[in-house]
Design a protein around this ligand. Sequence first.
Ligand code: NAD
Ligand code: DAU
Length: 338
Amino acid sequence: MSQRTLLVTGGAGFIGSNFIHYWLNNYPEDKIINLDALTYAGNLSSLADIESNPNYVFVEGNITDRELVNKIMDDIDVVVHFAAETHVDRSILNPDVFLQTNVMGTQVLLDSALKNNIKHFHHISTDEVFGSLELGSSKKFDENTPYDPRSPYSAAKAGSDHLVRAYGETYGLPFTMTNCSNNYGGYHHPEKLFPLAITNLMDGLKVPVYGDGLNVRDWLYVQDHCSAIDRVLTDGKKGETYLVGGLTEDISNLDVVKLILNLMGKSEDMIEYVTDRKGHDRRYAVDWSRLNKELGWEPSVVLEEGLEKTIEWYKDNQDWWRPLKEESKDFFEQNYKK
Ligand code: NAD
Ligand code: DAU
């Protein structure tokens, strides 16, 4: 296969850095340009091991910077667009930057992709755009579920999804899209539930659980997300969306936290109930059968196995997460109320 050049946006973040590692391992002949603004969520130490790879280039910059984006897009075959503000709790405290990056930044990339005749624009989105399912129901999100975003984060992601489809319909942009459920694994910022729980417990601190703890998420090991994106980039049909989800049957936050406590040998006294998230979506569940039937993808890591690997990763990589936790102290103080 001839060399392809991929523009990965947000490659210094959680999924983006996992994806860059995945891609260079599986397609070492391809070239990757990583455009990342290095916000609080971007971390170059996640990519330190590939810094000197001749097929990897890092560009520090913002996706809202039209001139820079146009300059970079010149030689690109495929865009894989991860860059976004991603934490729901931060979107509740300060929605502005979510609109700037997730909506306006995506529009800049779309304009530039058209201008430069990009062959394939892949947009990474989330299951949160579909809103909230009822607790106890067996319903799942699928490709036909209407959009019903309920947080500033998910509304901004929904806006970006609509723009991508609009550019496909109106201007013929060759795009694909994936809407994925909750990822977990290494390089995950310790503001999110799993890494927060693991790192707190390592330091003898309690795990904050919002509200009654009965909210349900659909958990997917990040490597399985990377293989799903690979399937779509390789064989996905242009103009189509594929949902990506994990192997979990409904499991509440409380039960997931108890599983983490158990795997780390800690008692349930380490749970601390705190004030609920505003507008907290109750339940997510994803039907990924289309991606399975049409492109042969399925997740491979069950929750307990993925959690064991993740706990080991945080034990082995304290130099990676300790500074991030320190930097986020103000946010933690603002966010958590008893
Ligand atoms: P993250 O917060 O860990 O990383 C985001 C990255 O984007 C960071 O490196 C940050 O520096 C960069 N970035 C932010 N604003 C930017 C800007 N204006 N210009 C350039 N770079 C910018 O995010 P993540 O969890 O890796 O999520 C990646 C993508 O996947 C997002 O689009 C998110 O909506 C989507 N997604 C995430 C999950 C999940 O569980 N984490 C699930 C489904 C979909
Ligand atoms: O569903 C996909 C989404 O998953 C992505 O689009 C988002 O970018 C990503 O951040 C994630 O969103 P969530 O809000 O679901 O993830 P978070 O880890 O923040 O929270 C998971 C659940 O745990 C949620 O129900 C809120 C709860 N929670 C979270 C934190 C941080 C707690 O109970 N306590 C906490 O301290």
